[in-house]
Write a protein that binds this ligand. Sequence first.
Ligand SMILES: [Zn+2]
Length: 146
Amino acid sequence: MSDDGAADDGTAPTDRDHAEWLDALADGDGFAIVCPDGHGSLPPRRVCPDCGSPDLSREPLDETGTVETYSVVHVPSPRFADDAPYATAVADFGPTRLTGIVRGGDASDDPPSVGIGDAVTVDVGERETDGERLVVFRPVTSAGDD
Ligand SMILES: [Zn+2]
């Protein structure tokens, strides 16, 4: 696979790289782009957004992340019309920070409860409004609950 950024299939490199990343994540093979200084980011990247290093490698994403911040959206943009209310969160997975939607195990109308510092796993889900794929966080229940 060429990595020179040339898009000859009519798909913008950004969309293609993001789709590839979502594919990997859906396969339980999520990864981050990490520079020698340990800064994590997500594709597409040519250089580290933190220090500008071009020496980037793919590292496996941590299985569990920690919620840094979250907010509950009651009045969504049209693309999320059927998903509201929902909770978006930013979670740290090792050196890499991800943004996603929080979903619980059931399809209740209310957004699942989530708090800063909670552990979450990351998965790929579909937006209810139009089926577009997106990053989904699932709260990790403690006490060995299966
Ligand atoms: Zn860096």
